[in-house]
Structures are given as structure tokens and as C-alpha cells.
Design a protein. Structure first.
Lengths: 496, 514
């Protein structure tokens, strides 16, 4: 589709751009204490964007801007996930006391720009657009991570993020240029055909290129061994940004990986096809090993953490690992499982971070000591945190179990060469129980009954309810979710 | 009364919700509410038993609802001769447990809310006939149990609670893989009855890594259940959890939760993989022997009375395993001895029930003396017989029941297990009789040290067992004595279902030996 024709289907992104500009201008006229208003501007804007995405749902999958990006139900699903997490984080940002010394105008504006980047990441089918969208998201994340400019740890987070981000995107760009050299095109579909036609003498270059590209992807979803930035960045950033980074870019990152691997590696455009090796490398095994190493390392290091925020950072590495388990089998079922996982992970992980914000507002700390007796002082917060911990561990009847169940089901269903991944994933949930329940232990078992029971502020209470209810309900009844996911499992694919 | 089984499950959940809404200072109201809900549940369980047709070996009172159609998950409940005694036992022990917990003062509201949730989880496992539902209930039990041990337990409670949690979760993860394996090999369904029908054929000749898939699934499921039983070497969580848990929770743990393991093995492993029973029976008998001897020896070495009772559970569950292994006697290769198989399997199921009542009694009695002396050191007492004659009498009864004296129900079921297993596993049965000796030795020795000899001066003001405590023990003692003298009603209740299981295993065995 030509550029001009495409605009009609690009309405959500156009609205976003207008909102971002409006936010920037409004900010100029506001006093520091009033900058929360920009959050309203962005929030309401995002709801309009969501409506316009829903409005476009009946458009048949197609490419826009001369095969740069696509519009299809899969990208809409990821966009809705991104909007949901952004909305929740905006509301939480009003309540986050860490930010109260700063103007929040730029904060919300940058978040809006990041959403544009995430949208593009989830819908790109061209390596140039892939690189640009990753960079948009990364640069905005650097700024947000360092937003607390008077806090040295936040500055450290931003700087570390820049260095790792610059390095890994450099590596990825190198990889992309090699693949371009081999395929002669930047378009996924052309790359797919050209790679299939290559003879084996090109294999070393191709393998090299793909590994480098994967380094860039791995950085975005914080997969081992590209995860080193995660703990420090997550710990130093404002907690709302930590929560955001652990969910939204991850969702977009997985969408990008799924699309890339699915288009470049499958033997046809059909979704049912399994990943095929166009090179002599055992790709499924490599991905499997990476997944297992990612979750095991995340879990083992999480056990040793003193700070709950840092523990959740490592736990989010582990969760990236669980989702990566489905990548070796990149079938319909696997993509479906990752989509379900992303959706439930959104609620349980954001919920856990919201509890961290609540506690930090109250006690000023985020170590295990600050949580001592929380279950008695703030019973509601203690109970929902227990629910989030249960859900992150993956125990029924919570949403986290449903997520893990679909991943395991995919692997068992894909034949017995993948059983070892199931066993590894299962054992990892057992390991994770230990540190997740350390939180529960500290909250309930180490405390005493207190006489004055406190409730969190109304906004925070609302946020916790909004995240806790799906974390439980989706574990008991997830028919609507699964049917939505199944409907969204339509990729744009080029007619043969 | 169409939904009587759902009522049994959802009533305690409703109770937990009601308790959650009572102000936390109204402690007595909370206690009476819990007693009310478990009491009604017990009455419903009795009604269920009255309406149950013992002659019919298949599932009764079935309920079926669609739940997640895209995965073929349904809400299926049913009860047969294997589960009905367990349902009644569960309802009874949870009702009695409320009175055992009457003295709990710390966070009463939380305690009873979790207690009722645990109740629902346990009943749910016994009644569910859909693997997904079964697994959910299996896991739902863990959280209340973690808190009940971790918050209301003894000094090492936190360690005990997380150890229990980690062990069980480890087992259930393997179980989940086994369940998924069955799901995919048996035509994508979680319906246990459907899988039972299809599995022997569907798994025939299927190989995973060069091993028979049936055997791999058997082992995965078995480990999950064995941790609950607990079978040596997965037993190390048990003594700790028992010792640290408050009395009522020890009662529930020993009386019901351990039975879930045996129940699971018979319902799932036997029902779905009869081929593999044939393969694994020898191992089961040996594990039974190890449990009997190891549990007995460990019990003999304890100085803590509660730990002694805990190890006696390991010892007693060993007999059950032995009895279960006897099913293979019905196979043609073993002479088609149907009577031995019946004796063994019924003995194993009867032993489950008897150990449920006897160990409940023992734990309540340990709780009674701990309440007064604040320690459980066997050597720290002495001469209590003169001080507390009634308590001594009741304890003597419980100890005799525990050591399997004729006239008590434990004797009947243990004898049945031995009789059943003897034709096939002669050496193992002979060796396990050492366990009976150990069993008698540790109980009698402990009894002697606590009740006879000179009265310890510290305890000369110790008060006699009170009415409430007697109220919790006497019904259990009566049941033990009744079934010891006249086990027929129980055996009639389960016979038809036992025969079905045996027939299934024996048929496959004949089939395999041809």
C-alpha cells in the first residue's frame, strides 16, 4: 500500500503523535504541582487510541507504507496489552512519591513517545523499521530510567542502560547488515525467500548475522546472556518505570521476535509450520538452552536478593525465560501460549510492583525488612501481594498458573524432544516458590498482630484491585481471554 | 440433592468467606461459625453415605459441567467406594478439628478461614474426576497448609512450612507433566474416566526416550503422590511438619492429607495405568517394607512424643503400600488368586481409614499433654497414670490401637494387607513383620516412660483431660473399636469398587502374560 493510502490505517499512531505534541505544549503552561494533568491528557488519549485500534479490527491484514509495517490482529493484541500497562503505570505514577520532587510533564510525554515506538515494534516487517522502533523505545527508556536526576542510583541506571543499549543495538545492526548483504532486501518476506535459496556456503555468515540479531532481541527481553543491565536498571529507575519496563517493552519485544522468527524461519507463510533450520544450526535446541539458562539464572540469583525491587527484576528475567520456552516450537499453540502469558504477566507483575510503590511510600524502603509484618499492618496489601506471589510462582487457581500451563502444554504437545524443557520449567517454578514465599513469610509470619490496621490511599487501592482481580479470575475462567487470543492469532502473510 | 457433591466442596468455601466478614474481635462467633459449617458438611457426608449404593462399583452422584471447552476441561465430580469413606473421614475430622483448635487465640479469624479453605481443597481432590480440577484442588491445599503451619506452629514453623510447600510442589510439578502426557496421548481430554478407558490402548507401545510411556507417566505421577504418602525417601518433610504444626493441623495432616497420596495412587495410577501396576508392584512392596522398617526404627529413636507419632505414620502407611502391591496376586502369572488381591487392596484402603482415625486420636492426645506441660519430651514425664487416670486410659486405648492389637481396627487392616501380599511377596511380608515388633516396641516403651514409674513432682497439679478434649477423642475411639470387632460394614461399602480395580489390573495382567 502506498504511503498516502496507508494513513487511513495508521490513525492510532497519528492520534498518539498528536497527543504527545499536545502534552508537550500543555506542559509549558503548567506549574510543577499541576503536571499530573499531563497524565490525564496521555491517559485519555490512550483510551481514544485503544478505541481506534478496536475500530480497525475488521480491516483485513495488510502492509502499510510500502511494506514497512503491517496491521493485523496480532499487532492489535500486543498494542492493547501495551495500552493497558501504560494506563496502569500512568495512574501509579500519580501516587509514586519518588517522583513528587520532579516535573512530570516530560515524564508522561516521553512515555507517550515510547508507546509509539512499542506500537511500531509490534507491527514491523522490515529490518530498518525494526531497528528504528527499537531505538525509539530504548532512548526513551534511558531517559525514563534516569528520571530521578537527584538520585545517583537512577543516574547509574540510565547510564548503564545507555551503554548496554548502544552496544547491543550496534551488534544487532551489524547482524542486520550481514543478513541484508546475503538477502539483498530489508523486507522479512524477501529475506525468507532469499535465505531459503542460499546454498550452504553462506551458512557461516548467516549464522553469525542471526546470532547478532538475537543479541539485540535478547537485550530487549532481558534474556541471558544479554541481561546484565536488567537488575541495576530496574533497581535504580523510579519504581513505576521499572514496572513499565518489565512489561510493555517485553510484550513488544516478544511480538517482534515472534514475527521475525516466524517470517524468516518458517518454510511457508502458514502459521502451523514449525520452525525450520535454513542453516545447519540446531536453532530449537539453542533457543531451548537459552530459555532454560535464562529462567534458571533469574531464579537462582533472585533467591539471594535483599531488595524486593531487585528480586522482582531477577524474577522478570526468569519470566522472560518461561516465555522463551515456547520459542523453539514456534507453532500456533506456542504463540498462543506466549500471548496468554504476556497478558496475565501484565497484571501480576504490575500488581507486585504497585505493592512495592505502596510500601515505599509508607516506609521509604524496599528491602525485606520494610515488609516485616506488612500483612498485619495493611492486611489488604498483604493479601493481594500474596496473590501476586502465588500467581508469579504459577500456582493454581491463579492466572500465572494458566500462563505456565499453556506453555507446558505446548511443549508436551510438540513431542518428546521438548520434554526436558517442561521438566526444567517445572523445577524452576519450584525454585521460584522459595523466594516469592520469602516475601509472604516476611509479611505474615515474621510480624505481630497490630492494633492499627491501615489501608492504602484510594488510588493505590483501586490499582491493586484492578490488577488483583484479573490475576485471580483469569485463573478460574479464561474462556474470554483464550477466544480473544485465538481471534488475534492472524498474521499478515504474503500471498504465495 | 442432585448437587450434593458440589455442596460438600462449596460449603466450606462459603464458610471461609463468611468467616472473613466477621469482625476479628468476635472470636467465639468465628469458632461457632466454623463448627457450624463443618458440622453441616459432616451431616451432608452422612446423608451421602446413606444414599450411596454399595453394590454399585462405578461412580455415583456424578456432576458434569463445561468449564474451558477449548481444552476439554470440565467440572466433573463423582464418588465411588474408594472415595466415599475418605469423604466421610474428611468431613468428620474437619468437624472434630474445629474443637481441637478451640484454644487457638492468635488471629482466630485467619486460622478458621484458612482451615475451611483447606477443607474444601481436600474434599475437592477426593471428589473431582477431571484431571485439571483435581490438580487445582491438589494445589489449593498448599497455601492454607503453609499458613496454618507457618503461623500457628511451633518454634521451627517457618522452615517446616516452606519445606512442606517445596516438597509438595516439586511432586505436583512432575504430576502435571504426567497429566499433560496423558492429555496428549489419550485424545486431548482431562476427563479421568475417559482417560481410564482409553489409556491402556492409547499408551500401548508408545515409547519416550526408548522407555514405555506408560512407565514414565506412572513414575511421574507416583512421585507426586509418594511425596504426600510419604514414601521413603520422600518422607523427610513429614516429621518436621507434624512436630511444628498446631495439634488440629497435625490431625488433619496425618488423618487426611497423607491419605491423598494413597488415594491418588489407587485412583490414578491403578485406574489409568494398570499395565504399569504389574511392572511396579514389586517396587511398591519393597518401598512398603522400607517404610515399615524405617518408620519403625526412627519412631523407636525419638524422644519427642509427637515426632514418634509422626514416624509411626510412615510406618503405618507402609502396610498400605504392601497391601496395594498385593493386587498383582490376581494376575494369571501369580495363580489368579483373586481372594489375596481383594484382601490386599481392601486392606490398603481400610488401613487408610483406620490410620486416619487412630493417628488423629494419637495427635489429639499428644496435644492434650502438650497443652498442660508445654513440652513433649517422653522422658520428661513419668508416673502420669496416677495423676491422670482417664487420660491414661484413653491413651492406652489409642496406643494399643496404634500398635495393631486385635480387637482394634488397625489389626484388621494390617492383617488383610499381610494376607493379601503373602502369596506373591513372601520374603517381603516376612521381613515386614519385624515392623510390627518395632511398632509394639515404640508404643509400649513410650507408654511405660510417660505413665509408669515415679510421678514427676513438676506435674503433680496437672489437670485431667477435660470434657471438650474427651468429646474429640471418644467418637474416634468408638469407631476404631467398632471396626476392630466388626469390619464388615466398611468392607461392604468398598467391595464393589475394589473388585472393579482388581479386575482391571488382573485382566491386563492376564493379557500381558499371554
Amino acid at each position: 500500500m502506498t504511503n498516502l493510502q496507508s494513513l487511513e490505517f495508521f490513525v492510532p499512531e497519528i492520534i498518539l503523535v498528536i497527543i504527545v505534541i499536545a502534552a508537550l505544549i500543555t506542559d509549558l503552561f503548567l506549574k510543577k504541582s499541576k503536571t499530573d494533568l499531563i497524565g490525564w491528557v496521555l491517559g485519555i488519549g490512550l483510551i481514544i487510541v485503544a478505541l481506534s485500534i478496536i475500530n480497525l479490527r475488521n480491516v483485513p491484514p495488510t502492509t502499510l507504507f510500502l511494506d514497512m509495517i503491517v496491521i493485523d490482529p496480532f499487532s492489535s493484541f500486543i498494542k492493547i496489552v501495551i495500552i493497558l500497562s501504560t494506563l496502569l503505570v500512568i495512574v501509579a505514577s500519580w501516587e509514586n512519591h519518588e517522583l513528587s520532587d520532579y516535573r512530570k510533564g516530560e515524564y508522561f510525554t516521553i512515555m507517550g513517545i515510547m508507546v509509539i515506538g512499542l506500537f511500531l515494534m509490534s507491527s514491523t516487517v522490515d529490518v530498518i523499521m525494526l531497528y528504528i522502533s527499537i531505538e525509539v523505545v530504548s532512548i526513551m527508556s534511558f531517559v525514563l530510567a534516569a528520571y530521578l536526576k537527584l538520585d545517583t542510583r537512577s543516574n547509574e541506571a540510565g547510564l548503564k542502560y545507555v551503554i548496554y543499549g548502544a552496544f547491543s543495538s550496534g551488534v544487532m545492526l551489524f547482524g542486520l547488515s550481514i543478513v541484508y548483504g546475503l538477502a539483498g532486501s530489508t523486507n522479512y518476506f524477501v529475506i525468507q525467500d532469499s535465505i531459503a535459496a542460499l546454498d550452504s556456503s553462506a551458512n557461516p555468515a548467516l549464522v553469525m548475522g542471526l546470532l547478532m540479531i538475537f543479541a539485540g532481541f535478547g537485550y530487549k527481553i532481558s534474556a541471558v546472556p544479554f541481561h546484565f543491565w536488567t537488575p541495576d536498571v530496574y533497581e535504580g529507575s523510579p519504581t513505576t518505570i521499572t514496572a513499565y519496563l518489565s512489561v510493555a517493552p517485553k510484550a513488544a519485544g516478544f511480538a517482534m521476535i515472534i514475527r521475525f522468527f516466524h517470517h524468516v524461519f518458517s518454510d511457508s507463510n502458514a502459521l502451523s509450520s514449525n520452525m525450520v533450520g535454513t542453516t545447519d544450526m540446531p536453532w530449537p535446541e539453542i533457543m531451548g538452552v537459552l530459555a532454560v539458562v535464562t529462567m534458571t539464572l533469574g531464579n537462582l540469583v533472585a533467591i539471594q536478593q535483599e531488595s524486593i525491587k531487585r528480586m522482582l527484576a531477577y524474577s522478570s528475567i526468569a519470566h522472560a525465560g518461561y516465555m522463551m520456552l515456547a520459542l523453539p516450537v514456534i507453532s500456533v499453540n506456542a504463540i498462543e501460549a506466549i500471548m496468554i502469558y504476556l497478558f496475565v504477566y501484565l497484571f501480576m507483575n504490575l500488581g507486585a510492583f504497585f505493592v512495592v510503590i505502596t510500601v515505599k511510600n509508607k516506609t521509604g524502603g524496599e528491602t525485606f525488612d520494610d515488609y516485616k509484618g506488612l500483612g498485619w499492618d495493611m492486611p489488604f496489601v498483604g493479601c493481594v501481594m500474596t496473590l501476586f506471589m502465588l500467581s508469579l510462582t504459577g500456582l493454581p487457581p491463579t492466572a500465572g498458573f494458566v500462563g505456565k500451563f499453556y506453555i507446558f502444554k505446548t511443549l508436551v504437545g510438540a513431542g518428546n524432544s521438548f520434554y526436558w524443557l517442561v521438566i526444567a520449567g517445572g523445577l524452576n517454578s519450584v525454585i521460584s516458590l522459595y523466594y516469592y514465599f520469602h516475601v509472604v513469610k516476611v509479611m505474615f509470619l515474621d510480624g505481630q498482630r497490630s492494633d492499627k490496621v491501615m489501608q492504602p490511599p484510594v488510588t493505590m487501592f483501586g490499582l491493586l484491585v484492578v490488577t488483583a482481580v484479573p490475576s485471580l479470575l483469569l485463573g478460574l475462567y479464561w474462556n474470554p481471554l483464550i477466544s480473544w487470543v485465538k481471534e488475534s492469532l492472524v498474521f499478515y502473510s504474503q500471498a504465495l | 440433592m442432585d448437587n450434593i457433591l458440589s455442596l460438600l466442596i462449596w460449603l466450606p468455601i462459603l464458610g471461609a468467606i463468611v468467616v472473613a466478614f466477621i469482625p476479628r474481635d468476635k472470636e467465639d462467633i468465628i469458632r461457632y461459625t466454623a463448627a457450624g459449617f463443618t458440622g453441616v458438611q459432616f451431616i451432608i457426608a452422612i446423608l451421602l453415605w446413606r444414599k450411596f449404593e454399595p453394590g454399585n462399583g462405578s461412580m455415583q452422584f456424578m456432576e458434569r459441567l463445561e468449564w474451558i471447552p477449548s481444552l476439554n476441561i470440565s467440572y466433573i465430580l463423582g464418588v465411588d467406594g474408594l472415595s466415599i469413606p475418605m469423604v466421610i473421614l474428611t468431613a468428620m475430622l474437619f468437624f472434630i478439628g474445629v474443637f481441637v483448635s478451640w484454644n487457638i487465640n492468635k488471629a482466630v479469624k485467619g486460622y478458621f478461614a484458612l482451615y475451611l479453605l483447606l477443607d474444601a481443597g481436600v474434599i475437592g481432590v477426593f471428589l473431582s474426576l477431571d484431571f485439571f480440577l483435581f490438580y487445582i484442588f491438589w494445589e489449593v491445599m498448599l497455601l492454607p497448609m503453609y499458613f496454618l503451619i507457618g503461623m500457628w506452629g511451633g518454634p521451627q514453623r517457618e522452615y517446616a512450612a516452606i519445606k512442606f510447600f517445596l516438597y509438595t510442589l516439586f511432586g505436583s510439578v512432575l504430576m502435571l507433566v504426567g497429566i499433560l502426557g496423558l492429555y496428549f496421548t489419550c485424545g486431548k481430554t482431562f476427563d479421568i474416566l475417559l482417560i481410564m478407558e482409553r489409556a491402556p490402548e492409547a499408551l500401548d507401545g508408545v515409547l519416550w526416550w526408548g522407555m514405555s510411556a506408560a512407565k514414565v507417566i506412572w513414575v511421574l505421577l507416583f512421585i507426586g503422590f509418594a511425596i504426600k504418602v510419604p514414601v521413603f525417601p520422600f518422607h523427610t518433610w513429614l516429621p518436621l511438619a507434624h512436630v511444628e504444626a498446631p495439634t488440629a493441623i497435625s490431625v488433619i495432616l496425618a488423618g487426611i492429607l497423607l491419605k491423598l497420596g494413597v488415594y491418588g495412587i489407587i485412583r490414578v495410577n491403578y485406574g489409568i495405568l494398570p499395565n504399569a501396576v504389574w511392572w511396579f508392584a514389586g517396587g511398591l512392596a519393597i518401598l512398603g517394607l522400607v517404610n515399615v522398617i524405617w518408620g519403625g526404627l526412627c519412631a523407636l529413636a525419638q524422644t519427642d512424643l509427637k515426632k514418634l507419632v509422626a514416624y509411626s505414620s510412615i510406618n503405618h502407611m507402609g502396610y498400605s503400600l504392601l497391601g496395594m502391591a498385593a493386587v498383582v496376586a490376581a494376575g494369571a502369572a501369580n495363580g489368579g488368586d483373586l481372594k489375596a488381591a481383594q484382601a490386599g487392596l481392601s486392606g490398603a484402603v481400610f488401613q487408610m481409614f483406620n490410620h486416619g482415625t487412630i493417628s488423629a486420636m494419637l495427635f489429639i492426645l499428644v496435644g492434650v499433654v502438650y497443652e498442660r506441660a508445654h513440652h513433649r519430651d517422653i522422658d520428661g514425664f513419668g508416673g502420669l497414670a496416677r495423676q491422670m487416670p482417664i487420660y491414661t486410659g484413653v491413651t492406652a486405648l489409642a496406643f494399643f490401637a496404634g500398635l495393631g492389637l486385635p480387637g482394634f481396627s488397625g489389626f484388621v487392616s494390617e492383617a488383610m494387607c499381610f494376607i493379601g501380599a503373602f502369596p506373591v511377596f513372601k520374603t517381603i511380608v516376612v521381613l515386614s513383620t519385624i515392623g510390627i515388633l518395632l511398632n509394639a516396641a515404640y508404643f509400649l516403651w513410650a507408654f511405660q516412660r510417660i505413665f509408669f514409674g515415679k510421678l514427676n513432682e513438676k506435674y503433680k497439679d496437672m489437670s485431667e483431660i477435660n470434657g471438650l478434649e474427651l468429646f474429640t477423642v471418644i467418637p474416634l475411639a468408638v469407631i476404631t473399636l467398632f471396626f476392630g470387632l466388626y469390619p464388615r460394614p466398611y468392607l461392604d461399602l468398598i467391595r464393589a469398587t475394589m473388585d472393579q480395580i482388581i479386575e482391571k489390573v488382573a485382566f491386563v495382567a492376564n493379557f500381558a502374560s499371554m
